[in-house]
Each structure stands twice: as C-alpha cells, then as structure tokens.
Ligand binder design. Structure first.
Ligand code: BGC
Length: 813
C-alpha cells in the first residue's frame, strides 16, 4: 500500500471518516482508494469474535475458540516462552477468523486484590507484567496479527472507571503504572495501544497529550496506532491533537464532522489529521502484509497448549506430603466446581470455549482408585444446603482422601465492578472446614481470578491454586494431583491475610471522582515488605514435588560497561527425586537509600527446567536501570551511589543467596519530596518530611500533595451536568431518576440473570457510566446532549437539539 499516495488522494471528508470504526469491530476503510476495512476483536485469553453486533461486556456470545488460562494464572508461570507460544496460537486463531488486531494484553497494575478485572492482568509488579505482556505480543504478532496493548494508563479500579481520575505522583507513575507499558512497547513493538477510560492526573487518557505524545511517542519512540477503549472518546476536539488516532467503536459521524469542522477552522491542523490517518493506514497495511504470512491453525495443538499452560500456571500453596496422591487411593471429590469449573473471567474477555473439560471427567479417566462425588454447594452462587454439607462430610469420611474444589463463583468478579470484600462464599468455607474435620487428608483446589481470604488455610493437608485455568484446567488439575505433572507456578501477586492489610484498605474501590494514589510506589509486595506485614502467601511463592538448592553466587562487572552493569550467576540444583521447574527471582535491595524506595524490587526472573538430581547454572545480566529510581524533579531515571544487595530468591520472602555491591551514581540527595515513609499503623502510610526544610509530620494528604508536587485536583463538581456526568451523578434529580430507571430496565434485558447481587453490580456499573456512553446501553448517541440539557433544565435547548437530530435523520433516510 502506497500510504503517501493514498493520503494525497483522499478528500478531507474521507480522512475524517477513517478516524472512527465502521461498526463495533471494524475500521472504516476507504473503498474508493482500495483501503480495506480490518477487524479487531477482544482477547486476551482467547479470541472473542462476535458475529452479531457489539457488546463489550460479554453478554452476547462469540464464535467457539480455545480458551487459555487468564493472565492472572499464566503470569504464575513466569515463563516468557510459554506466553509467546500462547500468543502464537491466539494469532493463528485470529488469522483463521480474519481478525487483524487482538485487543490485549492488559498490563495494568493490581493496586488492590479487589479489582474486578485483576484476572485479566498479570501482576502487581511492573517488571514481570511488562515482560510477560511483551512475550504475549511477540507471539501474536509473529503470526501477522497485531496487538492493542491496554489500558493506557492508571486504570486500576472498575468502579466509575469511565469518569474517575487516577491521581498518581510522577514517581509512582513512571516506576509502577507506566513501567509495564514501557517494557512491553520496547520489547515487542505492539501495533496499537489502547487508551484507558479513566482520567489520569486530571485529563482523560484518550485526550492526554502527556501520555500519548510526550511519553509514548516522543520519549519511548513508539510509532504505532493509538485507539480509544470502546466508547472512551472523551473530546471530539482535543483527542486527535493530543495524539489519538482511532476512535472505537463506530460509526461516529459526529466525530468525523467535528474533526472536519475543526480542521476547516484550523483548530486541528492538517498535519495532525494526516498523522492520525497515516497511523490508521499503516495499521491497515501491516494487517494486509500480515495476512500473507503462512500459518497453520491446529486446534488440537492449541488445546494441548492450553492444558500445558494450565499445568504450568498452577501454584501449589501448601503440601504436607499428601500430594501427589498414590494411584489407588480412594478419593472423595467434593465441590460443584469439580464438574462445573470456574475457568474464565467475565466481561469483554469472556469467550465461548470450543471444548470445555472438567476435573471430574478427567479424573475418572486417569485415576486408578475408586472415586465418589458430592457437589457440596451450587456452582453459580457457592451457596450450600445443610444436606449438601452433610453429604460431603459423609463422603469425605469414607474415602482415603478428600479433594474440595472451592473459590470465587462467576458472579463474584467481573470487568465493570470491583469486589467489596475478599471473602469467598461462607458456605464454601464451612464446607472446607467440615470436610477437613471429617478427613484430615484433605486437599483444597482453588479457582478464582484474584486473591481471597484463606483464613482456613492451616486446616487442609494441601492447597493447589488453579486460578482461572481455561478450557483444559480439569485435565491439568488431575495430572497435578496425581503427579503426572509437577507443579511449578509461583505467585505473581501477594495473597494478603485479609483485606485490612492491603495498601488501599478502607479506600478501595474509591467512590470519589478523584482517586488519590497516596500509597505511591508502595503497591503489592513493595508495600507488605515496607510495612513488614506477614502475608498468607508472598509474591513469588510456590511449592513443587521436588526441592531446589541454590549455590555458588558470583557477581562480576560486565567488561567495558558502566558501574552496576554486572553479570550475576549461580547454580540451582534439583535435590529431589522428580524432574521439575524452578522459578528463580533476582531482587535488588537498596541499602540505606537517600530517597524513599521499596525494600526490594524484582529485576530479573527465569523459569528453569532441571531434571531430578541435575543442576543448572543461571546467569542474569543487570544494567543500571535495575538500580534506578525515577526522579520527579529531574524528570528522568537516576541511580543513587551506594550499596545494593543482590538477592537471588525462591520467593520475595525466601532469599537463598545474597551479596552486596557498590554502584556509582549521583550523591544521595534531596529531591524535594518527603524522603522517608513511616508506617506507624499497618495500612496507613504517613510521610515524614526530613528535607532541609525541617522535620515535620504532616497529615497523609499534605504529604501526598508534597509528593504529587502540585496542588491536588479539586473534586469534580456535580453541576452543571455534562456528557461526562454519570447517571448516578444525576440520580438525585427527578429526570436522573427517570433515566436511572430506563438504564436499570435495559440492564435487566442485557444481563438476563436472576442473580440479585449480579443485577445490583451491573446496575451500579451502568449507572456509573458517563452519559456520553449511553449508546453502549442501546440508546442513540444524539440523545446524550439532549439528556444533559434536560438534566440542566435547559428544556428549550434540549428540544431544539432533539429536533435538529431528528430532522437530520429524516434527511438521511
Ligand atoms: C474493555 C476493553 C475491550 C473493549 C472492547 C472495553 O469495555 O475495557 O478491554 O477491549 O471493551 O470489548
């Protein structure tokens, strides 16, 4: 495709028309000049190609495909190669279905275990998330299909995700919330980046010049296409000049007209318009060239890969020696999830699996001893009757071993809303406790997309965490339990003891319009380590049926390179009797830093297969970035001179080898921010300012303002209503109530569930959507302006606007 020539031949109207989709999933193309439409579809754990209209919340079905484990599961493999292979398989399924861009992966940070969308994200650690995301993208793109890396950026809560403002200080932004995106962009060059719904430091991401132009393009040197999240276009005038290329979904004639008008008025330059058009044409060109790359789509091989991924993602949290089970033991299989597994998340990533297995059927085939089954609870709700509990107990008593399947039912977590508690269904807890009482040889197998309370964890003999393990999770669990496969996953996120321990306890999900990320860089293990809190299971933790010993650490400067560039090598030995894989982790721990830092951060990892009795030498190379922090005043990364401990660890709390090295750099200095975090109470960070301005303890918000380096944003006023106001903002007005009622009725039609909790959650989600996204709920786009006028009691203006839209429609017809 000769892009220059096409641009030179396009009329301004054709260019503007190209800026938005033609429908939910296709670009507009330009028939006159031979520019085809291309299709995008959701991932990231399987292809979600909808043939019947657009629906971003997963209510409608899509074509049947392979369902891989979710990102929260696959991250536990810490295995870039595995993620790359899964990416290849996804790319092949896209090719077979004519899909050119897969919408994913998401590399947002898990700021709280409660985020409804945590299952779709990799980790609380940006280094891990960035590298795994990059591997996934490399795999997909190797098959000639693009990825849209998402959701850029600071989208860590589902509550009011389309209007809330993530207020994040520059250090946390660069070290945590942008870091994974930066790594993924650098390491995999995604074809597209999808902007998040939310505002970031006051500006919607889809009109955020700092994000899209200054950082993504100018600083990171990336040249792909920026696309809005679906319905995230925040401004018809400001978005394109800020760096936005494509608005999805379409059609959006209003957008094309607005840009056309703005170009004529010269408030958007022709250069800016051509930049966006060029990006869209380049994406189309990549898709056309990609479609010529030879490929094969072997569904059986993909199912085998899905099973391998599920096995490699599972984390053995506890084992007193009961696992693997002996072949002839009699086993009581308890829990409805054994037959009706929880295997994927809900929302835009929900897919229709081509094949769906379950543990019971798989175990019937593979286990030699007798097995019995009791459901224990209802799969959909987790609720149990006394009869079900008693039946399960009795079954457990009469078998050598009991395996209880439990976890979060489908209705507990979804894109669109956050969990309000870390609890699993109370009846399931009772079930686990009663079965453990009845048979001390009890194994608990857990399913769910994110951490939950495991207050009962001391009772069973073993706990195997499957997360959401995709369409072959049943076979994977059966093979792990009987030892045909050896568990090797490790946690890519901390499992805290309880919600009160989490860094955002008491303020998550945040219901304010401005969400202050006062914990700054201290998320996940960075927080638990800084506070010194015990956790249920730490980041990086996981057991195996074999054991590993670490020895012979050697750290050597890399010849001819700067201070801090070192090679770190050590030997890992499989000291058990089974072949296995060990996930080795390298953390850097600054000793007595000048600016506040996390006690340690993950800087390298590897997944090493070692045969029983064998040993492998592992070598990592570190560069200066491994020691750097982001200096908000200098607006760049810098390394403080000083000592750093290099830790080679089996988990974040299991250091096996360590050595200090000195690294040259800038002198410890005052960067103007408070330099020490003090944490008198768990869950409540207070900053102490010990700069030369004098020592003073201040309220947490004052400290956060210092750290933020500018005045904190004012809370957004409710009135006057705008298209960015949500239905819930207007609920106290008469018309708002009427609108709320309409939205609620629409939700009931769309969701089609009788589950009251789920209905409440979806109703809340829909009422948190801004008025501008009303047509996602089945209303016409032109209605948004009318609704705003009516809410503001500008009845005449509203009437005129309605009439104008009405007349226009008539003219078109
Ligand atoms: C989600 C995106 C998704 C898009 C299209 C949005 O609601 O946030 O992740 O790709 O819908 O379905």
């Amino acid at each position: 495709m000769d892009i220059d020539e096409i641009i030179s031949k396009m009329t301004q109207q054709e260019k503007c028309a190209l800026l938005a989709g033609s429908d939910g999933w296709h670009t507009m193309g330009c028939e006159r000049l031979g520019v085809p439409q291309i299709m995008m579809a959701d991932g990231p754990h399987g292809l979600r190609k909808q043939t019947d209209g657009v629906d971003i919340l997963g209510f409608n079905d899509s074509i049947p495909v392979t369902c891989f484990p979710t990102a929260s599961a696959m991250a536990c493999s810490f295995d870039e190669r595995l993620l790359e292979r899964i990416g290849q398989a996804l790319g092949e399924e896209c090719r077979a279905e004519g899909v050119s861009v897969l919408l994913g992966p998401g590399v947002n940070m898990k700021r709280s275990p409660l985020s409804g969308r945590n299952f779709e994200y990799f980790s609380e650690d940006p280094y891990l998330a960035g590298h795994l995301g990059a591997a996934h993208i490399r795999g997909v793109q190797s098959r000639g299909v693009g990825c849209a890396l998402k959701h850029f950026a600071g989208n860590s809560q589902e509550k009011a995700r389309m209007t809330s403002d993530s207020v994040i200080d520059d250090r946390a932004l660069h070290e945590i919330y942008l870091r994974a995106f930066h790594i993924a962009v650098q390491e995999s060059d995604p074809w597209a980046v999808m902007t998040a719904y939310n505002r970031l430091n006051g500006t919607y991401c889809s009109e955020n010049r700092t994000l899209m132009t200054d950082i993504l393009r100018d600083r990171w040197g990336w040249h792909g296409l920026t696309v809005t999240d679906w319905e995230a276009l925040s401004s018809v005038y400001a978005s394109l000049p800020a760096g936005l290329d494509l608005c999805m979904p379409g059609p959006r004639p209003d957008y094309a007209e607005a840009v056309d008008w703005a170009v004529r008025r010269k408030s958007i330059t022709r250069y800016e318009l051509d930049r966006a058009v060029r990006s869209i044409l380049e994406l189309t060109d990549k898709a056309q060239r990609g479609a010529r790359i030879p490929y094969e789509c072997d569904v059986d091989a993909h199912l085998a890969l899905a099973q391998e991924a599920a096995e490699r993602s599972a984390v053995l949290l506890k084992n007193d020696g009961i696992l693997p089970l002996a072949p002839r033991e009699s086993v009581a299989v308890i829990g409805a999830f054994a037959k009706e597994p929880r295997y994927q998340g809900a929302g835009s990533s929900r897919i229709v699996p081509k094949v769906l297995d379950n543990f019971w059927d798989a175990y019937l085939e593979s286990h030699e001893g007798p097995i019995g089954y009791a459901p224990g609870y209802a799969a959909a709700s987790g609720v149990a009757t006394e009869a079900q509990l008693a039946e399960a107990e009795a079954l457990a008593r009469t078998h050598d071993v009991a395996i209880v399947f439990a976890g979060l039912p489908d209705t507990y977590e979804s894109e669109g809303f956050d969990r309000r508690s870390m609890r699993m269904p109370a009846n399931q807890v009772e079930l686990i406790e009663r079965v453990c009482e009845a048979n001390p040889r009890t194994v608990v197998v857990l399913m769910g997309g994110a951490p939950f309370d495991l207050a009962w964890r001391h009772k069973p003999a073993a706990i195997l965490l499957m997360y959401l393990s995709g369409c072959q999770g049943g076979h994977a669990a059966a093979r792990l339990i009987d030892g045909a496969a050896n568990p090797s996953g490790k946690l890519a996120e901390t499992w805290p003891i309880e919600r009160a321990d989490t860094p955002t306890a008491g303020r998550y999900p945040d219901t304010r319009s401005e969400i202050l990320y006062t914990e700054s860089i201290f998320i996940g293990y960075r927080y638990y380590d800084a506070v010194g809190l015990p956790v249920a299971y730490p980041f990086g933790f996981g057991l195996s049926y074999t054991t590993f010993a670490y020895r012979d650490l050697r750290i050597k400067p890399l010849p001819g390179q700067e201070s801090g560039c070192v090679s770190v090598s050590f030997t890992v030995e499989n000291t058990g009797a089974r072949d296995g894989r060990e996930i080795v982790q390298l953390y850097v721990a600054p000793i007595d830093p000048g600016v506040y830092k996390a006690p340690q951060t993950l800087q390298r990892f590897a997944n090493v297969a070692i045969p029983a009795g064998g040993a492998k030498r592992v070598t990592f190379e570190l560069d200066r970035r491994a020691f750097a922090h982001y200096d908000a005043q200098l607006k760049g990364w810098c390394v403080e001179a000083g000592s750093y401990e290099i830790r080679v660890s089996a988990s974040s709390r299991d250091v096996r080898l360590a050595q200090r090295i000195d690294v040259e750099g800038i002198a410890k200095h005052d960067d103007g921010a408070p330099i020490r975090y003090h944490h008198p109470v768990a869950g409540c960070f207070q900053l102490f300012d010990s700069t030369p301005r004098g020592k003073r303890a201040r309220g947490a918000l004052g400290d956060f303002e210092d750290l933020y380096g500018r005045p904190l944003p004012e809370m957004r006023p409710l009135r006057p209503f705008t298209i960015d106001s949500s239905v819930s903002d207007a609920m106290h007005t008469v018309y708002g109530k009427v609108l709320g009622g309409a939205v609620y009725r629409r939700m009931r039609e769309m969701v089609g569930t009788d589950d009251e909790n789920l209905q409440r959650a979806y109703a809340e989600m829909l009422s948190d959507m801004p008025i501008k996204s009303m047509h996602m709920q089945g209303f016409r786009m032109s209605s948004a302006g009318v609704v705003v006028d009516v809410l503001n009691r500008h009845y005449v203006r509203g009437l005129l606007r309605w009439k104008e839209a009405h007349d226009k429609k008539k003219r078109k017809n």
